[in-house]
Design a protein. Structure first.
Length: 260
């Protein structure tokens, strides 16, 4: 990404002959052109859908003459900047809450350093999680859909393909009605009675033998882990109680805004 800015040819750093020798990406036509121009041209060749522009200025000069220049960016990547310039740039970007990726290479050895005020890490595959089915507090559209299905009137083929969630909810309500309660089954005895109630709903053939209805078997297995009170997970509560959530200001980092 880049933003238009006044060019200063006298400050341009040209691609000299040794540049072409050090980088096989450059050719003879690159000699005499600014490094920014050549780099932009080559980067755009990697993806036809990308757009880019170059600003032929020294970073130190940009910060001196146009302090607001870097506000247009969501990320700044530097390569082999002098330490004094890098420190000055890092302070500017830190105050703007813009991430900085500082790259440096020495032949086959290189380093990448990230400066960011906050980086949110989400565990996308946590251990031992239970599905958030909210069967004790179904939202209106889910409840409307479940109530629109009459298990007793379905053909055998359709009966065998009803999602186990619907089966579980319907027999949960039947169990609650029989036990005169609105609570979920809590102990082994209560859960076992619900399992037996679900099992009784499996269709039988002309010989009285239960059919193989996998969806009902799924519902029976789900009694252990699917019937849980709906609560706000502690991890979600921690996010909502975070200072960045409670006290929103213009200084809140982009990472925090995306997380919220």
């Amino acid at each position: 990404m880049a933003s238009p800015a006044p060019k200063s040819p006298e400050l341009s750093e040209k691609s000299k002959k040794y540049d072409r020798q050090l980088s096989f990406f450059l050719d003879v036509d690159s000699i005499g052109k600014s490094r920014a121009q050549v780099a932009t041209q080559l980067l755009l060749e990697m993806n036809a859908d990308c757009q880019g522009d170059f600003v032929d200025e020294n970073p130190h000069t940009l910060m001196t003459n146009d302090p607001n220049f870097f506000q247009a960016f969501s990320l700044v990547v530097t390569t082999n900047l002098p330490e004094t310039t890098l420190i000055e740039l890092s302070k500017t970007l830190w105050n703007l809450n813009i991430p900085l990726l500082a790259c440096r290479s020495y032949g086959f050895i290189g380093s990448i350093r990230l400066q960011i005020s906050e980086h949110t890490v989400i565990e996308s595959h946590p251990d031992n999680t239970n599905p958030d089915l909210r069967l004790d507090k179904p939202w209106p559209s889910l409840l409307e859909y479940i109530e629109s299905i009459d298990l007793d009137s379905l053909e055998v083929k359709d009966h065998m393909h009803i999602p186990y969630l619907i089966i579980l909810y319907k027999y949960l309500k039947l169990w609650q009605s029989e036990h005169n309660t609105t609570e979920l089954p809590k102990n082994y005895k209560e859960k076992q009675s619900l399992r037996e109630l679900i099992r009784s709903g499996i269709r039988k053939d002309e010989n009285g033998i239960p059919l193989s209805e996998e969806n009902f078997e799924e519902a029976i297995k789900a009694v252990n882990f699917a019937l849980l009170p709906t609560t706000v997970p502690s991890s979600v509560a921690n996010i909502l109680n975070d200072n960045c959530c409670v006290n929103l200001t213009s200084k809140v980092s982009r990472s925090s805004q995306q997380r919220l």
